[in-house]
Design a protein around this ligand. Structure first.
Ligand code: GTP
Ligand code: MG
Length: 553
């Protein structure tokens, strides 16, 4: 839906229209289009952050005329784009062309009239719109969906696909973050930044992790990083003559204590003043201290950390890998969904494999193909220029940032083959003696006895899957072997029967027992509705319906 009122041409509009027009038809609603994004990570982040600063979030009455709503808001300036969504009420995200419009709207906005409780006066960019005349508005607006598909819908679309390659691409399309959901994530960071700026005026709250690394599923958490570096670099660069001016500051014994103190006050602030932030927990004694909260209006579960620049760099590296070849994201999404469906991953921390580790395993596997589908991190480092040089806490984080300088792969293997080979490769991997290492793209001897050893690409003496125990690893290996078997059967059986039979990817996503049973009965045809019902029942009874859970893990 384009805004009804666009009074003047807006900065950003032309660029946005161009980007939309570049996309192949049928993918216009997706944030990460089928076409490979060629933007640098930092460019993309800066552009979206600037957009978010011109954006407001409005809780609307349930029945509202879109046309009148836009006309009312455009008193404050032209609107670049907007959308509505539902999350315990109706919300609108409205992006103005100019930042000044937000200020103008804030100046016209009233504090709520006093009831029994007392409002804490805080002028945020999160508003509540009320109707003066309750009966005047009747029309309903078109909603943008922010949730992953239900298991039922997913099975239906997967069963309707042409072949396994098509199934993997369909799964990606159904789960990937939409343009609107991405906007909502950047807006949420921007709203939190407003709060943090009360203490640290030059801070930036940047999203990282799966919200930005191109591997995020609808419903995944929002990882945020409170970046205070801007403040620090100001103090180091501004020197003149023979003098050096420094701020008077308080000192603490370690970086960790500084992080804990900063997050503690931000946590208090979010809890006390930030409208819409609920369930604030300060988890300050964790290896990586964080503040966890739920941003009610966006429906996003948020983790805020600081002093976590390496994680942001990891996100940038994954963004590059995700953008280099269109097969990468399809394969990663499938493996993540498969792992979730079989409870190999969980939203609760523990001895489980994480999505981050699974992504590393897929990248490593794609580096091992012949010819390779993805380059090693060492070769990305070789392609780097002076501008890409980056050392964080004495770790070398240098790699090429310009996607156009990386040669595309000559490998033409299909997704179906790659998926089968992925399961076969890890179903037979010598985990007892070898480690996974995307820096060199080859197996190496494990430096310690952890059951699963995946070298942290930037802090190379660390293992990112240190938490995984032997029994979880064995479960992964067993399921990988079983999945190889299922895909081999598919291949032997020839082209699948049309209709809603559980074939290909659906068979892989079903609980072990159910998929074998269904495959055995492949040729006995029941009415489509009944077959789907049986499938859903078997999933419910095995409690694995959560592979489309809204925690996205
Ligand atoms: P989701 O499961 O969709 O949230 O994936 P995610 O990639 O966002 O993972 P998560 O929220 O657990 O972590 C966010 C980011 O932190 C990851 O993308 C990594 O960059 C980083 N990260 C997570 N776990 C580790 C780890 O064990 N070691 C290191 N070095 N970084 C990690
Ligand atoms: Mg995450």
């Amino acid at each position: 839906q384009r805004p009804v009122l666009r009074l003047l041409s807006c900065p950003g509009t032309v660029a946005e229209d161009l980007r939309r027009d570049e996309q192949p038809s049928g993918s216009k609603e997706t944030g990460f289009e089928d076409k490979i994004p060629k933007k640098r990570f930092s460019e993309m982040q800066n552009e979206r952050r600037e957009q978010a600063q011109r954006t407001v979030l409005i809780h609307c009455p349930e029945k509202i005329s879109e046309k009148k709503f836009l006309k009312y808001l455009s008193q404050h300036g032209s609107i670049n784009n907007h959308f509505f969504y539902e999350s315990f009420g109706l919300y609108a995200v409205v992006e103005f062309c100019q930042k000044e419009s937000v200020r103008s709207l804030q100046n016209e906005t009233h504090a709520p009239s006093k009831g029994m409780e007392v409002a804490i006066p805080f002028r945020s960019r999160f508003f509540n719109l009320k109707l003066k005349n309750q009966t005047s508005e009747r029309s309903r607006v078109q909603m943008s969906n922010q949730l992953p598909p239900s298991s039922k819908k997913l099975f239906e679309v997967l069963c309707d696909a042409e072949n396994i390659d098509d199934q993997l691409n369909t799964l990606l399309k159904e789960f990937q973050l939409t343009e609107e959901n991405t906007k909502l994530r950047y807006l949420t960071c921007s709203l939190i930044e407003d709060i943090a700026a009360a203490y640290f005026p030059d801070c930036i709250v940047r999203p990282f992790g799966s919200s930005v690394n191109t591997f995020g599923k609808l419903g995944c958490d929002l990882d945020m990083f409170l970046d205070l570096n801007e403040t620090r670099s100001l103090s180091t660069h501004k020197t003149s003559g023979n003098f050096l001016m420094e701020f008077q500051v308080k000192n603490v014994p370690s970086e960790r204590i500084a992080t804990q103190k900063i997050l503690s006050v931000i946590g208090e602030c979010l809890d006390n003043f930030s409208p819409g932030c609920v369930g604030v927990q300060k988890i300050l004694n964790a290896r990586c201290p964080l503040v966890r909260f739920s941003h009610q209006a966006s429906g996003l579960q948020c983790d805020l950390t600081t002093n976590n620049r390496i994680a942001l760099t990891s996100s940038e590296l994954l963004y590059i890998y995700g953008a280099l070849d269109s097969r990468v994201r399809a394969l990663v999404f499938t493996v993540r969904c498969w792992a979730r469906a079989h409870s190999l991953t969980s939203s609760i921390p523990g001895a489980w494999i994480t999505n981050f580790s699974l992504t590393m395993m897929v990248i490593f596997f794609l580096q091992r193909r012949s010819p390779p589908i993805l380059p090693t991190l060492d070769s990305l480092q070789t392609l780097a220029d002076a501008e890409d040089k980056c050392i964080i806490e004495s770790n070398n984080c240098t790699f090429v940032r310009d996607l156009n300088r990386i040669k595309p792969s000559e490998n033409t293997e299909t997704l179906e083959l790659l998926l089968k080979e992925f399961f076969e490769y890890f179903g037979n991997f010598a985990f007892n003696k070898n480690s996974i290492n995307i820096r060199q793209g080859r197996e190496q001897n494990k430096p310690d006895s952890s059951p699963l050893y995946i070298q942290n690409p930037f802090e190379t003496s660390l293992n990112i899957s240190k938490n995984v125990n032997q029994s979880q690893l064995q479960k992964f290996v067993d399921l990988a072997q079983e999945s190889t078997w299922i895909l081999q059967q598919e291949h032997l059986d020839g082209p699948s029967i049309s209709g809603n039979q559980p074939w290909g990817l659906v068979a892989l996503l079903l609980p072990s027992g159910a998929s074998r049973k269904s495959l055995g009965k492949k040729k006995s045809r029941k009415p489509a509705n009944e077959r789907i019902k049986v499938l859903l029942e078997s999933i419910k009874s095995n409690r694995t319906e959560n592979f489309t859970d809204t925690n996205g893990k």
